[in-house]
Ligand binder design. Structure first.
Ligand code: BGC
Length: 752
């Protein structure tokens, strides 16, 4: 039998225990252990979130829904923002980055606030963090989703090493109006190509598990219809039928959801009378209820407050009420919710359950990112990851794969390897900043290899004559003489033209798509020398090339190739890399043709040159200058032997299409074999052709390969007039081709 412990001993023991505990607490680094609820492995994430919700004040909940813009140049949070963190009133930031600044801010969240929920650092890692890859439209020209996955994975690795958890990419807006500057940020005009690239980019950023130290959470943006801005003017209104939303604008977002994307960003535009940020149809009915998306939805920059300008909110409180009730979780930059949320709840205009729902999405993202377990980044890794030479090698490789050879008369390209005096001229030939394009993450101008430098590395400095001619805006012809002289004293010229980097991207719409300023005049002056020359274009959208398309011997569309621009351009022009890219967007002949996309609907009066009353223009062809899917090579390819089996299937059946592609030229090269389909007669009108498969096939000279595609329900279905997705009986045409024009043609039937 145990003896009772005397009272004094019990007191002494208790005192000793308390002292020990106090000592332990004192010695423990403050705040390094998050509250027990975050660490308890026995409760699953949802239960942990419930625990948080039951203990958070309304103000703290509103804090999780607030995102603010850190100081862009330094990546640090400002003092007033750190104070909000201390008070538990800031859940995430954008533009905060760098291991040291983000760790410092995280320490405030975990050690100086009573809440101790880790901060979330978002950033626009669009086509690279430190190593800049080709702009997304350029990368889509590779028709190589593995390349997009690889560049996104490298960008994720660099970003996460620099403390960034969350990228606002990929942008998956279908874009059919090149006046809109943001076409540069996506994968172009096509639903299928756009969906494939959407999924690839999500996979690249996130991998299987974005809590890993080399991955980030991705964002599908901008939800939705942003690319349909009227007249191509950024932020402008859109009016899009539900059919078109579902057929054209939704699919790349759906592909992102299927690939497990962590978050969505709302778009700035008004959509059918209700701005997207406050649009319950797209945010709740489609995204949450139909698609079952359980990630976070962030507004675009100040889009809450802009609901006032849209004219659907009278004031900030109204704006917050509309956006949150519609299903947007996080308010970026404006503070309408933080400042009015409590009153809205008190007045019954916003329910706390709705707020809880939004907070749940944010905490879920933080858990999935592993932030409760590993809130800090290992600062000692940052420098090595950001300067990994392998990243630059991959950037060079992908840039080469992204270039599209638009014209090559008489084999003007590749340039002769015997050249020892080359003029490299033009406004973009030596412009480091321009070569990176819009959204450069944390890219550094000094890291960029220009075209001039790329050729100097091959030919030596004495082998290259450089003259700018004019700057990219090209208002003055004062420098043309020097450029012409450089060309005259050389054996051949590379003329690098295009748009200044900030002429595409956000808020960079144009009403004319010609080469800027007097660039064409510069080109004509160079052409007039009679020296052989080739044109390299760097631009963020399809341009109207007109004279250049008719007269320049060769045109290489390089887009904005990124950090390794000059090396990649030299690789291609010298034939070390054979261009194999294809256009992801049609190049119009003139602006009046816009919007112009290959998968147009048929009309009741298809163009017939013998009949005036058919669908056409009086002053320009219907066709583009360069069609979607088009791109040349230094070799030639031939397609043959199309098979379509079986030639009759049930609506849930599958068709296999094969063809053989052969490299009939003398050098190795890649051909992108493309599969298009058309439903001939259906209950609703169907596009004249739709891309449903592609493969970029590398072939040695003389080599051939059979390419196989499968078409199933997803490829053949349409949305009927009662909203059902069905495959209707009838005849289908298929084409296997090397662009959206022509090709081998076959057919099959779907039986009833
Ligand atoms: C853009 C978004 C971007 C956000 C944050 C906005 O102006 O529309 O695409 O992610 O800013 O930088």
């Amino acid at each position: 039998m145990s003896r009772p412990v005397p009272f004094v001993v019990r007191i002494a023991l208790a005192a000793a225990l308390a002292a020990l505990l106090a000592l332990v607490l004192l010695l423990m680094p403050r705040g390094t252990s998050p509250p027990a609820i975050a660490q308890d492995p026995s409760t699953d994430v949802e239960a942990k979130i419930d625990g948080w919700l039951s203990r958070m004040t309304l103000e703290q909940k509103l804090g999780q829904l607030q995102q603010l813009d850190a100081d862009f140049p330094t990546g640090r949070l400002r003092d007033d923002q750190l104070q909000l963190v201390r008070e538990g009133r800031l859940g995430s930031t954008l533009n905060g980055r760098g291991a040291v600044p983000t760790n410092a801010a995280q320490r405030v969240a975990l050690e100086e606030s009573s809440l101790r929920i880790p901060l979330l650092f978002g950033f626009d890692v669009i086509h690279g963090y430190r190593t800049v890859f080709p702009v997304p439209l350029g990368e889509a020209s590779s028709w190589d989703p593995a390349a997009a996955e690889s560049s996104a994975a490298i960008a994720a690795q660099e970003a996460r090493a620099a403390g960034v958890h969350w990228t606002f990419a990929p942008m998956v807006d279908i874009a059919r109006d090149p006046r809109w500057g943001r076409v540069v940020e996506g994968a172009g005009e096509d639903v299928y190509l756009g969906s494939v690239f959407s999924a690839a980019r999500v996979r690249g950023f996130q991998g299987d598990d974005y809590s890993r130290p080399d991955r980030v959470a991705a964002t599908a943006k901008h939800w939705v219809g942003y690319g349909a801005a009227e007249a191509g003017r950024d932020y402008n209104t859109t009016d899009i039928s539900e059919r078109r939303l579902r057929e054209t604008y939704f699919p790349p977002f759906r592909a992102a959801v299927d690939a497990g994307v962590a978050s969505f960003m709302t778009s700035f535009n008004d959509l059918n009378g209700t701005p997207a940020t406050a649009n319950p149809f797209v945010l709740r009915d489609v995204l949450r209820d139909e698609w079952g998306f359980d990630g976070a939805v962030v507004s675009d920059y100040t889009a809450f407050r802009e609901l006032i300008n849209h004219g659907i909110a009278a004031d900030d409180a109204d704006a917050a009420q509309l956006a949150v009730n519609a299903g947007t979780d996080i308010e970026m930059v404006s503070r309408t919710l933080a400042e009015n949320g409590a009153r809205l709840v008190a007045d019954g205009r916003l329910s706390e359950a709705t707020i809880d729902d939004a907070v749940r999405h944010v905490l879920r993202l933080k858990y999935r990112l592993g932030l409760f377990d590993r809130p800090y980044v290992d600062a000692s890794r940052e420098a090595a990851v950001l300067s990994d030479p392998e990243h630059r090698r991959e950037a060079r490789r992908i840039a080469g794969r992204s270039m599209v050879l638009l014209k090559n008369d008489g084999g003007a390209l590749p340039l002769s390897r015997k050249l020892n005096k080359l003029a490299v001229v033009g406004p973009l030939a030596d412009s480091k900043l321009d070569m990176m394009g819009t959204w450069i993450g944390d890219g550094k101008e000094d890291d960029v290899v220009t075209v001039r430098e790329g050729f100097e590395q091959v030919l030596g400095r004495r082998g290259v004559r450089y003259a700018q001619g004019c700057d990219a805006v090209c208002r003055s012809s004062g420098g043309f003489g020097n450029a012409v002289a450089a060309v005259r004293s050389s054996q051949a010229a590379v003329v690098v033209l295009g748009e200044p980097w900030d002429w595409s991207g956000e808020a960079s719409s144009r009403s004319q798509l010609d080469l800027p300023g007097r660039q064409l005049q510069l080109l004509r002056a160079i052409a007039a020398t009679g020296k052989p020359y080739v044109v390299v274009l760097m631009n963020g959208r399809p341009l109207t090339l007109d004279w250049a398309a008719r007269h320049a011997p060769a045109i290489l569309e390089a887009w904005y190739p990124g950090t390794e621009a000059g090396n990649a351009v030299a690789d291609v022009l010298l034939g070390r890399v054979n261009p194999g890219g294809k256009l992801p967007m049609s190049f119009p002949r003139n602006v009046g043709q816009i919007p112009l996309h290959y998968d147009e609907k048929p009309t009741g009066r298809p163009f017939d040159p013998a009949n005036k009353y058919t669908s056409k223009y009086l002053d320009v062809d219907n066709t583009p200058q360069y069609p979607f899917g088009f791109g040349l090579s230094y070799t030639r390819f031939a397609l043959s032997g199309l098979t379509v089996t079986p030639n009759s299937i049930a609506p849930d059946g599958e068709v296999t299409v094969t063809a053989t592609v052969r490299n009939t030229g003398r050098v190795a090269g890649d051909e992108v074999v493309q599969l298009y389909v058309r439903d001939r007669v259906a209950s609703v009108t169907r596009p004249v052709r739709s891309l449903r498969g592609f493969e970029r096939v590398p072939l040695a000279a003389g080599q051939s390969r059979q390419v196989t595609f499968r078409l199933d329900h997803d490829d053949l279905s349409l949305i009927d007039n009662s909203g059902r997705e069905v495959v209707e009986p009838g005849a289908f045409t298929v084409w296997v081709s090397t662009s959206s024009v022509g090709g081998l043609q076959g057919s099959f039937t779907v039986t009833g």
